[in-house]
Design a protein around this ligand. Structure first.
Ligand code: ADP
Ligand code: MG
Length: 649
């Protein structure tokens, strides 16, 4: 008996919808992608009840003829590819011809469209309910396309039940729209939610050259996030081999252009999630594990463990070198030369961070540290008081934070300064040493995406609080330096430099060598690392099957618990080996761990020593974070100070 039957079209569409249309945000994504593919210059998105009751997308794109308006609702009907080979080099957002029939099969759907190039003043309207065409008629409308999706999943109660709150669904929609807006600054984007205007982003004129695309992106970022970002410009190009098989006429492997451009947070800027990490491949927002690792690898010691970069990076790569057809919602991509892409992205990030301190845009002379004697004996704060919390400083690690939707009740984030308001006696602290009291602080610098590195402006010493935090001032405002973090960074780089010059870091024999016993697996792992450890000044040798003898350490290191120290090394190295793929990183990892055990200067440092410390820091390649990615310096500019004291809004 034959039991197999072809499913009716409508059922097939609903099955496809199950994969492609997870939630209202997927509808918005598919519709906006279509508008962008149709070369719209304006896109209006309107949602109600988190998109459950209405998603409307209006564009002024190419529009469709009456025939196309009917055909686009058929499964696998697309204007974007013709042959199987086209799949290998997709240049549009869509290509499967699946979205419209899928959406129409699970909603009440109205398509109204008129060709931009046509000469008829009339358009077409198609009304569909749960996948069945209810009406097709002529309609008076402007050129372009409007699609209305009402009552999503009305015929799939199970799906509808799984939708989250309106807030959550709206947040997903807004997140996608933000990505689309970043990828297409030349398109004006308007977003309305429940009748309220959330965004009205004007079109940014953009030429096709690198500089003008960067500046267009910067303007779009500013429109979305406001001016307070400390971002560094990335612009990196390389040649990349297209694919393993591709060869040019001469039989050499064909290579193509690869470019990474956009913005990344300056050292010390990070988030606890990947929320502000935006990656695009040929303008498509993507998720890709390899790229995530590449970013972490690029930041390396400029990022704390468990923190994530803030970035908006665009990869441009030959469409033939990347597969976009591997995920139902087209969120993921696969590079043919994954390792190569990863290496180049890490390199782009690393180079940008290094150039930042080198002061690439404006190579300022290292500014002298001016001691300000009158303010040096300011009353010390309670040693226990935690100083300024990083998150309370909107301008230092200015994590990208979307401007909240206009909401009168949304106030400023609570003030979380650890130090109490200075008593009148402490007045000198607030009086900048090099400026007289009646002179107002200089006006805040206009928000710029490329801040002058802090260590390239003159700093004046004000004092030390909590025997640890050095208070400095610059012409821009207040600066705090973490003595230990700075010291660690300096040792770390000195250690690596010496290693580079002499191939062997200095080492000092321990008076009392210690033995450490490890689990069998750790022991065999460690055995392979011994030559490198020796080079780094950590004298470990085999002393039995699973036992090692620790008999030397770099001179500035003391360890009280040898076993813990060795285990820490093993753990860090293992973790590095898993996540990162460069040989040198092993050495960096060891140096990092070793520096954590550096003897800390316990005495409060005085003027001259502090000057040396800051000078040494200035000579570091990555001075703004300790080797573990914690900030060495925190800045609060006058504008922020004024805000905190309620002088400005
Ligand atoms: P795909 O985008 O993969 O081609 P869709 O189902 O999303 O598949 O759309 C089918 C076709 O309908 C598209 O190829 C395009 O020709 C047409 N289309 C869809 N939306 C629009 C629009 N907003 N403006 C013009 N044409 C559109
Ligand atoms: Mg599409």
């Amino acid at each position: 008996m034959n039991r197999i039957r072809l499913l009716p079209e409508q059922v097939a569409n609903q099955i496809a919808a199950g994969e492609v249309i997870e939630r209202p945000a997927s509808v918005v994504k598919e519709l906006v992608e279509n508008s962008l593919d149709a070369q719209a210059t304006r896109v209006l998105v309107e949602v109600q009840a988190g998109g459950r009751s209405l998603v409307r997308v209006v564009d002024d794109g190419l529009g469709m003829s009456r025939d196309d308006a009917l055909l686009c609702l058929e499964r696998h009907a697309t204007s974007k590819i013709r042959r199987a080979e086209d799949l290998a080099a997709i240049a549009t957002m869509g290509f499967r011809g699946e979205a419209l029939p899928s959406i129409a099969s699970v909603s009440r759907f109205t398509l109204t469209t008129r060709e931009r190039a046509g000469d008829s003043p009339e358009g077409t309207q198609v009304i569909i309910s749960g996948g069945k065409i209810a009406e097709v008629k002529a309609a008076g409308c402007a050129p372009g396309t409007t699609i209305e999706v009402r009552q999503l999943f009305f015929n799939l109660p199970a799906r509808r039940k799984f939708l989250r709150t309106e807030e959550t669904e709206s947040a997903h929609i807004q997140h996608y729209l933000m990505l689309a807006a970043l990828a297409y600054p030349e398109v004006a984007v308007t977003f309305q939610r429940d009748g309220r205007l959330i965004w009205q982003l004007p079109a940014v004129k953009a030429g096709s050259d690198a500089a003008s695309r960067l500046s267009a992106l910067r303007e779009r970022l500013r429109a979305l996030y406001g001016g307070e970002q400390k971002l560094l410009t990335v612009d990196y190009s390389a040649e990349i081999q297209s694919s393993a098989e591709a060869e040019d006429a001469a039989g050499d492997p064909a290579s193509s252009h690869f470019r990474v451009w956009g913005f990344i947070g300056s050292p010390g800027v990070s988030r606890s999630t990947r929320e502000d990490q935006h990656l695009f491949v040929n303008r498509r927002p993507v998720e890709n594990r390899g790229l995530n690792f590449a970013l972490l690898e690029g930041y390396h010691t400029a990022l704390m463990k468990g923190r994530y970069p803030v970035c908006c990076l665009f990869l441009e790569i030959d469409p033939a070198a990347v597969d976009v057809n591997i995920h139902p919602a087209k969120r993921e991509v696969k590079f043919h030369r994954e390792a190569e892409v990863r290496r180049l992205v890490a390199q782009a990030v690393r180079q940008t961070l290094l150039e930042f301190h080198a002061g690439k845009p404006e190579p300022a002379r290292p500014a002298p540290l001016v001691s300000s004697v009158s303010t040096a004996q300011a009353p010390p704060a309670q040693p226990s008081a935690r100083p300024v919390e990083q998150s309370a400083l909107p301008n230092f690690p200015a994590a990208l934070k979307p401007i909240p939707a206009p909401n009168p009740s949304a106030g400023q984030s609570p003030l979380r300064l650890g130090f109490s308001p200075a008593p009148p006696a402490a007045a000198p602290i607030t009086e900048p040493g090099a400026r007289s009291a009646d002179q107002p602080p200089p006006p805040p610098a206009p928000p710029s995406a490329e801040p002058i590195p802090l260590l390239n402006v003159p700093l004046r010493l004000v004092g030390v609080v909590g025997r640890l935090y050095v208070v400095l001032e610059s012409d821009r405002g207040l600066v705090l330096l973490d003595q230990h973090a700075a010291h660690e960074r300096i040792l770390f780089e000195q250690m690596l430099n010496r290693l580079e010059q002499k191939d062997q870091a200095p080492s000092q024999r321990l008076l009392l060598p210690e033995t450490v016993e490890l689990a069998a697996r750790d022991a065999s792992f460690l055995r392979e690392q011994l030559p490198m450890l020796t080079r780094l000044g950590v004298g470990l040798s085999e002393f039995g099957e699973r036992t090692f003898l620790l008999d030397a350490l770099p001179p500035f290191v003391r360890v009280s618990d040898a076993r813990r120290f060795v285990l820490e090394l093993v753990d860090e190295l293992k973790a590095a080996g898993r996540e990162l793929n460069s040989l040198r990183l092993g050495e960096h990892t060891v140096a990092k761990t070793v520096c954590r055990h550096a003897v800390k200067a316990n005495d409060p440092l005085a003027g001259r020593e502090l000057e040396n410390l800051i000078d040494d820091l200035r000579h570091c390649a990555m001075p703004y974070t300790c080797p573990h990615g914690r900030p060495t310096l925190i800045e609060m500019n006058f504008r922020e100070l004024e805000k905190k004291f309620g002088r400005t809004q």
